[in-house]
Design a protein around this ligand. Structure first.
Ligand SMILES: Cc1cc2nc3c(=O)[nH]c(=O)nc-3n(C[C@H](O)[C@H](O)[C@H](O)COP(=O)(O)OP(=O)(O)OC[C@H]3O[C@@H](n4cnc5c(N)ncnc54)[C@H](O)[C@@H]3O)c2cc1C
Length: 468
């Protein structure tokens, strides 16, 4: 095989692409990964999961020190925020993580090619980098080009006053007022960061609820909890425009059902209405791949596009637009390309909102089970009845488990609570293993632990919770 010839060429170095590249290399394939951003890790490591969690952790610590330590008998004096230092923490975490992927590439002998990849023909990828152009030959091409911010008609993003998630992660100071357009995960997480630091946050959402894809009970509970934290909500409201006016923005909104419009002034407006697949400059037209109406690349169960030898994974193929879903697809596809039997269980993909309390869910919601006509039993256990949660002063929320009425198999789990994202892992494993709620309920859980709430919710499915 010549120097520029590979078994697998991956276009895009995000969680889908870099994990596919490493797994394929582990399995003995010769792999190159092309990334144009100048840093590996994609949206997730550079402008997504990791920087948002760095700011969420920092702002959580600030809020705890400023407002909650007193209840534990800790006197702190005046607690102050240094936004530049907080952003420095975030930048360091991002840099350490992206460099970590470069190290993993070296360790696994993945060739990292810096530049923009374009498919010239089946089996050929042209890379345009700062040192010119080169062509790589590939037995298999993996498209893992991810997604970008969905724009809102009538709203021009300048990343200063009217920002996307990328701008909201890099604000140099705390805005007095922040309007978040979109009551989904990204809007609520970044709204939480700046609310904790002192901004007055208003969420404008077209639908009549926040977190519309979550279990209905969870959406309602979170709206109440976030309102108590200081969030203002304008639900069932449509944004018809937003204009920058000097250092501020003016939004025009009207009821989604129609009616009189009104104006809202804000220091910063965050547009967080979702993400769209990114295929710009990829050369899909050269090989005849036509994305679907929403721009996603269509693939079959083996991640094959309509062109033999060209595959796609991650955000660019749609489904849950989450880093771990992209990673699982990367692993499965690499294994298939190496002649193994990769597989992703789409019923066991967790989803977490890193507000506080956190929101974590997997599998079916009650609304979905009702719509599908599945007979189910629900078990619920509140953190108010969990000793560990009480000792932490973290009693908001609950664990809710949904199990098949006939077989007791766990079909869905929804947690609002402290460390919900980590607690959920046990129930994801239960779904993956086809476990019954009784299997979890009969498993010994360490005391005192938040995990006991998971056990109790499973006992509640069986009608025999002990501590409530
Ligand atoms: C603010 C925010 C917070 C988020 N938080 C979470 C979270 O907590 N948990 C979670 O699971 N998900 C989160 N996500 C979503 C997550 O970032 C994505 O689901 C994930 O990054 C998708 O991975 P991917 O590999 O498909 O694409 P991406 O991560 O988008 O990577 C694609 C890469 O391809 C590169 N590329 C594109 N075209 C080319 C080309 N022609 N040539 C070379 N390179 C190219 C891009 O530069 C990019 O680096 C968050 C997203 C945002 C915006």
């Amino acid at each position: 095989m010549s120097e520029n010839s590979f078994d697998v060429v991956v276009i895009g170095g995000g969680p889908g692409g870099y994990v596919a590249a490493i797994r394929a290399a582990q399995l003995g394939l010769k792999v190159a990964c092309i990334e144009k951003r100048g840093a590996l890790g994609g949206t997730c490591l550079n402008v997504g999961c990791i920087p948002s969690k760095a700011l969420l952790s920092a702002s959580h610590a600030y809020e705890a020190a400023a407002h909650h330590y007193g209840a534990f008998g800790i006197r702190t004096g005046k607690v102050e925020i240094d936004v530049a230092a907080m952003q420095g923490h975030k930048d360091k975490v991002v840099a350490d993580n992206t460099k970590g992927i470069e190290f993993l590439f070296k360790k696994n002998k993945v060739t990292y090619v810096v530049g923009a990849g374009s498919i010239a023909a089946p089996g050929q990828v042209k890379v345009t980098g700062k040192d010119g152009e080169q062509t790589l030959a590939a037995k298999a091409i993996i498209i893992a080009t991810g997604s970008d911010v969905t724009p809102l008609p009538g709203v021009e993003i300048d990343e200063e006053v009217i920002v996307s998630s990328t701008g909201a992660l890099a604000l140099p100071k705390v805005p007095k007022s922040l309007v978040v357009i979109g009551g989904g995960v990204i809007g609520l997480e970044l709204g939480t960061v700046w609310r904790r630091l002192g901004a007055e946050v208003t969420v404008v959402e077209f639908l009549d609820k926040i977190l519309p894809f979550n279990d209905g009970e969870v959406s309602k509970a979170m709206q109440k909890i976030l309102a108590k934290q200081g969030f203002a909500f304008k639900l069932g409201t449509k944004v018809t425009g937003a204009k920058r006016n000097g250092k501020h923005a003016v939004l025009t909104v009207e009821p989604a059902a129609g009616g009189a419009s009104e104006e809202i002034k804000a220091d910063v407006v965050l547009v967080a209405i979702g993400r769209k697949p990114y295929t710009e400059g990829l050369g899909l037209e050269n090989v005849g791949i036509v994305p679907d109406k929403r721009g996603f690349i269509e693939v079959d169960g083996h991640y094959r596009t309509s062109v033999p030898g060209i595959y796609a994974i991650g955000d660019v193929v749609g489904g849950a637009m989450l880093a771990h879903k992209a990673e699982e697809e990367g692993v499965a596809l690499a294994e298939m390309l190496a002649g193994q039997h990769g597989h992703v269980n789409y019923d066991a993909i967790p989803a977490v909102v890193y507000t506080w309390p956190e929101v974590a869910s997997v599998g079916k919601t009650e609304e979905q089970l009702k719509a599908e006509g599945v007979a189910y039993k629900a078990g619920k256990f509140p953190f108010t009845a969990n000793g560990r949660a009480r000792s932490m002063n973290e009693t908001e929320g609950f664990v809710k488990v949904l199990a098949d009425a006939a077989t007791d198999r766990v079909l869905g789990a929804h947690i609002v609570g402290p460390n919900a994202g980590d607690l959920l892992a046990e129930l994801v494993t239960a779904i993956e293993f086809g476990a019954a709620s009784e299997d979890v309920a009969r498993t010994c859980h360490a005391h005192p632990g938040l995990g006991e709430a998971v056990k109790e919710a499973c006992l509640a499915v069986l009608g025999r919770a002990v501590h409530i």
